[in-house]
Design a protein around this ligand. Sequence first.
Ligand code: BG6
Length: 234
Amino acid sequence: MITVALFDLDGVLTETAVLHRKAWKKAFDAFLAERAGGADAPGFVEFTEQDYLDHVDGRPREDGVRAFLASRGITDVDAKTVTAIGEKKNDMFLESLAEDGGQAYPGSVRYLEAARDAGLRIAVVTSSKNGGPVLEAADLSKFVEVRVDGIDIAERGLNGKPAPDSYLLGAELMGVPPAQAAVFEDAISGVQAGAAGEFGYVVGVDRVGGNQAEAMRAAGADVVVNDLDELLPA
Ligand SMILES: O=P(O)(O)OC[C@H]1O[C@@H](O)[C@H](O)[C@@H](O)[C@@H]1O
């Protein structure tokens, strides 16, 4: 029986996945343009939404940088450059969060209320080091008993999603075995983490369309929805 819900944050509870993606695009395009000798240079190939979904979405910051660069065959960058790209993106993300305010999906708020009222215990497991500020900005902290975020992942030296470690820590801190917890994810890497951890149920939340739902099922999602309120009784 499921007694605990482990929610990813950006893209599942809040609309901030879009802010992350846009900030990543600016940071990577600046890096790629400089490397190619300008945005007009023939060697410049921009960072796309599919690049984000395939290599960056759901992963801890620097894992995302390395995975994307590797996908372009860029393996000669040092650790300082990886950190610098991530920090540049973070500055832009924080700027847009301050402007946008970090909106919660209304359907997710309804689902959180229903889950809480049904006695389901709630935790958030996010790769983002900004998990705390995003929850606060969206006024969702009141629902959350335990939070595992990118700071915990770094401090504890855990493997990021698609490894199951952060979700396993979430279940452990909630005091339940993985089989007693459901995972809610919008990123393929996160669905893979839920499947690898053998959680009781893995819900894929498809916010992008295209072949994302199919990719989520292939990655191990038990069900795929477009919004959490599809899971509520009509
Ligand atoms: O750079 P941050 O805020 O620590 O976030 C790391 C990652 O956190 C995840 O939640 C997002 O899906 C990614 O887009 C983001 O890159």
